[in-house]
Design a protein around this ligand. Structure first.
Ligand code: M7G
Length: 330
């Protein structure tokens, strides 16, 4: 049986004090509208022409598809959402049960549930670049050990030429996109940040909670750029990010994994906040650096991340891997 707290719905102002069964399933919308009242949007996918499946995972119930939307390259990510505990009464009462087999005390069925309990979280990237296609394509990975010198001569020149656009980040900071999704903001230009749900989280349950804190300060590309000078910023994100998550989702800091990626996909300082028990993509030791460790390391050595060798995985056709190979570093 799933842990009740883990599978619980997202607390909202409306449902916070209502006893279990009477709770209504709502997202944390700030405009007061109910999920059922959300307007349907134009189905940009109805003419989607599939080219190939980039990768899939039956275990994670996830599929990355490459195709075209009106002649533009696109990547569509389809992901079956977790079953919510609070939806169980309706799921059992209002579904159709079809028997597959029965043997002694064992029986298996197909439960055909009402459509709103059987949604697929869908992410669309359009127009998608070749770099997006590579990001989502399943590939073998190789661990690279990057010295300070490698960063200066190989990685830095590469990321200066080849990185993903940061437009979506600036749109968040300037409130041109996702403004209604902001969970918390500290507007200070030096120490401040915007905390909001990650693209990957549908906010339906705390079980797979995933938020990102995007620093207001520009120009900090990655972990390699942070020094003790940035300690006040990092500590502010760690402390206020946790407080905001406790306030909004009733999840204490001890239930969170707070980390940065090295290498990130987007070279603007941002911090990942995920639920501890949730194995978020990219939370493995080869890529995720706990923010609390980062703070401690910088306290011990102000230039820790400038000088030490950092390991990270690169996918087989990543251009950066090619550069490491050309330089004889792999
Ligand atoms: P990363 O460490 O740079 O790379 O993290 P990764 O994507 O390989 O993990 C960037 C994080 O930002 C990821 O967790 C993305 O899911 C998230 N993200 C990316 N985009 C384009 C958006 C967006 O437009 N909105 C939001 N809210 N999150 C995004």
């Amino acid at each position: 049986m799933a842990n009740a707290a883990a599978k619980r719905e997202i607390p909202t102002a409306e449902n916070k004090d209502v006893p279990g069964d009477a709770k209504r399933v709502k997202t944390d919308r700030t405009d007061g509208r109910d999920e059922e009242e959300e307007p349907e949007c134009e189905n940009v996918l109805c003419g989607f022409q599939t080219s190939s499946v980039l990768s899939d995972s039956a275990r994670e119930k996830l599929l990355f598809v490459h195709g075209k939307i009106a002649d533009q390259e696109a990547v569509v990510v389809l992901e079956k959402t977790p079953i919510r505990e609070d939806a169980l009464p309706e799921l059992f009462a209002r579904s159709t049960l079809r028997l597959e087999m029965r043997n002694d005390i064992y029986s298996t069925y197909r439960l055909q549930v009402p459509p709103h309990l059987n949604e697929i979280k869908t992410t669309v990237v359009c127009p998608a670049t070749q770099k997006h296609l590579k990001k989502y394509q399943r590939q073998e990975s190789f661990l690279v050990e990057e010295t300070e010198q490698d960063y200066e001569s190989i990685t830095l020149p590469y990321i200066q030429q080849q990185s993903f656009s940061l437009q979506w980040v600036y749109n968040i900071l300037e409130k041109k996109a996702e403004a209604d999704r902001i969970v918390y903001e500290d507007p200070d230009p030096e120490l401040g940040f915007v905390l909001l749900p990650d693209l990957k989280w549908d906010q339906k349950q705390v079980d797979d909670l995933y938020l990102i804190a995007v620093a207001h300060q520009r120009g900090i590309k990655s972990l390699r750029d942070v020094t003790s000078e940035h300690l006040p910023l990092l500590q502010n994100i760690l402390q206020k990010g946790k407080e905001a998550i406790l306030q909004r989702y009733e999840l204490p800091g001890s239930g969170l994994r707070v980390y940065v990626h090295y290498q990130p996909s987007y070279y603007h300082l941002h911090v990942h906040f995920t639920k501890l028990g949730y194995e978020a993509p990219g939370c493995g030791v080869e890529r995720a650096h706990l923010l609390s460790d980062v703070v401690q390391n910088l306290r011990a050595d102000p230039r820790f991340y400038k000088t030490r060798t950092l390991s990270f995985p690169l996918r087989a056709d990543d251009g950066l891997l090619g550069r490491f190979r050309e330089a004889g570093r792999l």
